[in-house]
Structure formats: C-alpha cells, structure tokens
Design a protein around this ligand. Structure first.
Ligand code: KG4
Ligand code: ZN
Length: 327
C-alpha cells in the first residue's frame, strides 16, 4: 500500500492508495481557512498550518482506510512545483516516515499527480492520451505516453486565476470559478462579446489577459444599477470565453496527436459548462473523455499516490540526501 502526502499549496492532504495506483482507500484533505482574510494564500501561513495539521491528517488517512503504517510498501510525496516552505513540510514528514519504516520514497510532480487522478476515476485508462490541467496556478496541455510532454501552456494567467480575478471585478466571492457559474445561471452568454484568447493562433497555448481587460472596460462603462441587471450576462459571457479557449485548444491537441482519449484535471475541471462542452465535442469524435469527480480534481493526496507507480522510487535511505535543491 502507498502512503501519499501532498502539501504544495494550502491543502494539507494524505491518502492511502493501493500499490497499482488505481484505487484509493482513503483521501483526507484539510483546506486551510487561515488565508481567507488575506484574500490569497500566504506562503508563511501555509507552511505553519501544514506543520500543525499534517500529523493528524496522516493519522486520519490510516484510520479511514483501516490500515496501519506496517502495511505500507512506499511513501509518495509531492516534491514540486509549489510553495517551497509548504512542500518542505510534506517532504520532511515523508522522509521521516519512510526512513523509520525503511521504505522507498517516491518524489511526485504535482502536475503529474493531477493527471494521475484520471487512473482513480477510470482504472482501465492507459496512455497514450492528451491531458489538460486547468487550476488556479496552472493551465497546460500535455501529451501523455510513457512520460508527459508539454504541448502548450498559458502565456499569462491560469484559467482558474482568470475566473478568480473576473469574479473579483464582478463583486462575486472566492473561489471565483463556482461564483461565476452561479451568477451566470440565467445569463445569456452571447449578449456581450468577450475575446477567446489566441483563438485563431495555430498553437496550443492559452492567454486570458485580453479577456480580463475586456471585462474591465465593459464594467467601466456601467453604473451600479446597469451592472446589477447585466451581471448574469457578463458572468455567462466571461465563463463561456474561458471554456471555449480551453475546449478549443484541447480538441486541437487531440486532433494533432490523434489521441484516443483525453483527461481533464485541476480545479477548473469541476466546471459544469466545461464538462458539458467536452462531453458533447468528444462524443462527436468518439474520443474517450475522463474527468475526475471534483474532489479528485482539486488538490488531494490520492492523485499523488496514483502517480507513484509510474514514478521512479528512491530506495531507502538514499533519499536522505533529497534536499531543498532537489525539491
Ligand atoms: O486545483 P485547485 O483546487 O488549486 C490550485 O490552484 O492548484 O484549483 C483552484 C481553482 C480556482 O481558481 C477556482 O476558481 C477554480 O479552480 N474552480 C473552478 C470551479 N471550482 C474550482 N472553476 C470553474 N468552475 C468550478 N466549478
Ligand atoms: Zn493543484
């Protein structure tokens, strides 16, 4: 069994995953609430909160799964990318646990973890496939075969970041993605013209800065009353532009790489309009679509455990030399 730990940002996570990485026996996520009053994640606060919580979260992952540390065959931990202080808390804990039990340590890339969430969702899935990761920190397209190859990425904001910033401009709550979806419920997405970034560029990159500027200018020309009336339409148009940019480039990648399957992961994959759009377009081309449930799309440790079988393990006790530079 694999004990997996994830502390790259503001979620303190531990999970127990079966050795083949295709089923999680537990998946514990403690989302830090300490950052709410700052309006964003404060790295120093995140590291301290991980330190306070991680032991309890690991204990709970074991008890939820009904197993003990004796039954673990390896420890997997996110080593990059992420907030350095936050990562170090997880890495230090994982090293300590692995060393005490003489287990190998598996250093997992967080983005490969997001993609591996698909194996927990569809255990029969096999590469090759194309993967879109869209979260608050990342928006990138990969071709996945024996390893992951970057095909394109955002040139400015991540998709989730664009939704969060748009929501703030519209006076909606945080996180912005779900807030915009709620506000867009009865809106007409065609009432306002929002640009779809890099739409006709023959590449697989994304850009959301023009979309943000377009919203800003629309808002500048509206008084409070008009904004209230137009809010659902503005939210619907903005959300649709983000979804169109993501779907368009993902399907272009499928086409270029003749991919039989696509995986969508990261917090933005929880978006209903994105899911519906991709279901429809992939349905038309017969492409297998794997979108994990929302709890596996946002940060969690089960996805880190799922990536472990495909990641080279560092044998006991060689990982003691894994330091901040290798992280
Ligand atoms: O993967 P994640 O939990 O954290 C990282 O950023 O790593 O992603 C969070 C992002 C936020 O920007 C949030 O607004 C967005 O995912 N998000 C959504 C939805 N739920 C979360 N965006 C669109 N629709 C949603 N339902
Ligand atoms: Zn993430």
């Amino acid at each position: 069994m694999i004990l997996a730990i994830e502390t790259s940002c503001d979620d303190t996570c531990a999970a127990i995953v079966e050795p083949h990485g295709r089923r999680a026996l537990s998946n514990v996520v403690h989302t830090q609430t300490e950052h709410a009053r700052y309006g964003g994640v404060v790295p120093e606060v995140a590291s301290r909160a991980h330190l306070e919580r991680l032991d309890g979260v690991v204990q709970k992952s074991l008890s939820d799964a009904g197993v003990s540390l004796d039954e673990m065959s390896r420890v997997a931990v996110t080593t990059r990318p992420g907030l350095i202080g936050a990562l170090l808390v997880g890495v230090a804990a994982a090293k300590g646990l692995a060393y005490a039990r003489r287990l190998p340590l598996v250093p997992v890339n967080h983005l490969e973890g997001h993609v591996a969430a698909a194996y927990l969702t569809d255990p029969g899935l096999q590469p090759p496939f194309v993967a879109l990761i869209a979260s608050g920190g990342h928006t990138a397209l990969y071709s996945v075969d024996r390893r992951m190859r970057l095909l394109g990425e955002t040139l400015d904001d991540a998709a989730g970041e664009a939704l969060d910033k748009g929501a703030r401009m519209l006076g909606l709550g945080f996180p912005g993605g779900p807030a915009i979806s709620r506000a867009a419920h009865d809106g007409d997405r065609n009432r306002f013209d929002f640009p779809v970034g890099l739409k006709s560029k023959d590449n697989l990159d994304f850009s959301f800065s023009g979309l943000k500027t377009s919203l800003l200018y629309k808002l500048k020309s509206m008084d409070g009353e008009r904004l209230r009336d137009e809010l659902p339409h503005l939210a619907a148009g903005y959300e649709a532009a983000v979804v169109e940019a993501l779907s368009r480039k993902l399907l272009r990648a499928v086409d270029l790489h003749d991919a039989p399957a696509v995986v969508v992961a990261g917090g933005v994959a929880a978006n209903t309009l994105l899911r519906r759009t991709l279901e429809e377009r992939c349905g038309r081309t017969g492409t297998r679509l794997v979108v994990p449930p929302p709890e596996l799309c946002t940060d969690n440790a089960a996805m880190i455990g799922a990536a472990a079988p495909g990641t080279p393990a560092v044998p006991y006790p060689e990982y003691l030399s894994l330091n901040a530079r290798s992280v």
